[in-house]
Design a protein around this ligand. Sequence first.
Ligand code: ISL
Ligand code: CA
Length: 556
Amino acid sequence: MQHKWWHGKTAYQIYPKSFCDTNGDGIGDLRGVISKLDYLRELGVELVWLSPVYRSPLADQGYDISDYYSIDARFGTMADMDELIEKARERGISIVMDLVVNHCSDEHEWFRKACEDPEGEYGQFFYIRDWHEGEPFPCNWRSYFGGPCWDLLPGHTDKIYFHAFHKKQPDLNWENPALRREIYKMINWWLDKGLGGFRIDAIINIKKLLPFCDLPADRDDGLCDIRAMLKRAEGLNVFLDEMAEASFRKYDAFSVGEVFNEKTEDLPKIIGDRGCFSSMFDFSEHLLGLDRRGWHRSRLPTAEEYKRAAFAAQARSAGVGFLSNIIENHDEPRGVSHYLPEGERSDAAKKLLGGLNFLLRGLPFLYQGQEIGMENRTDWTLKDFDDISTLDQYKVALRAGCTEEEALAAVSRFSRDNARTPFQWDAGPGAGFTAGAPWLGLNENYREINLAEQRGREGSVYEFYRSLITLRKSADYGETLVYGECVPYLPEQKNLMAYFRRGEKTLLVAGNFQAEAQDMLLPSPARTLVLNNLDELSAERDTVHLKPWQLVVFEL
Ligand code: ISL
Ligand code: CA
């Protein structure tokens, strides 16, 4: 495997709307991000992915872009963006932006022009079809946010357009080379500004099963999960390779794909040395327990399931490339609320989960607030939610026969808004996030869980994450943690998640993923205790007595 400039880094995702607000309008902004660059340097991160800040009506929080070449006024100006890229660079941090090119906003100029003249040049940028009242749509696929993928083209009664997500997010027609050229031009325009690269949104959706056709319905709405068509659509890689060749490769840019359900044999094409992306997120843990019928049928994964999914992903990517490892992002509940059982969200357990994920082979991504152990809100009421998919899932649950209480409980557990509550900087008003009223309600636990309380306090979750990042960069263990192979140890021992990292040195990472103590046999004598999430360690000869939620790293 070729070594790359980004391999040894630790990445960090910022959700700008909820990170830091500098003008009191309740919305985080780019000046807020700039003001926290020294904080990010102190934490040790060197790659920062910004969720979208482009001009947008924010129907899907910026994942609906109306102008790829400007910054939304709510986030700041292009001058702020340039300053951010520059000041980050001075601090050794590369900025990565979100590339949302499966769709744009219905307020994008291309879509406006397509509505004016569906037969014209811009009509070809979208999927527009003739349709008459009473006729079936060209396909019965269900959009990700509910309902059919088709809606009337604004200004027309006999034409419809395709949207895989919200109706304010019309899909771009990647079959059209003119559209693809526009996209590559835009990517390069940003890379010319000195951007480190891109996180590529929802990218598997750009290849449709064409011509559009019905697939077997999977709910009583007569529709079929759109993911069923993704399995059958062929040729995604041709587009992705063309994009990489026309943009990323020329700049040696970093790219990380939001890719789901890939086939193992396709991994080299995605993240291998000549792959179309540098990396892709490992979502296999996140998919555990998710039920396609909706959040009301979904459940939380167990420690054993988590371990097996993580080890399987490690095995698939071994010798191929780098997965990007996460416990959460802006689309997920908080990792500590999702993977740790109710009542067990202690600092020790949070560190165990974070450490086990961080030390896997691949590129570790932290999501804002993860480093202080931020949790899901537990007091949601329906009117507190802003996220469109949460509101849809609430309806799905009611339609399936849940009571309002059950539906609220289901969406509270899985809502994307859990990760979108403002960053908890301190215990003061607005949690130090805003001097105004935050756009999305704070998690009330900000008085206990906040950065100011943890910064510099020995034993805090924050200081633990700092030590993980330091370890990954250290002269002693950096090579082993970045490039060493990952080999499971005692995978059959229940609720023990242990693995070797074998490079220049051999490390053993071992976590007791449960609320009871358990013993672990050492494979060979330990030379050094490199990391411990508790103050003590009890061991005799070749046996380590792991306390509940204890995580240790030994050099063997
Ligand atoms: O389940 C999925 C795929 O199996 C979906 O999660 C889907 O891929 C995902 O929702 C895509 O997310 C991204 O694109 C969305 C946006 O709402 C999300 O915030 C973003 O991360 C539309 O742009
Ligand atoms: Ca603001």
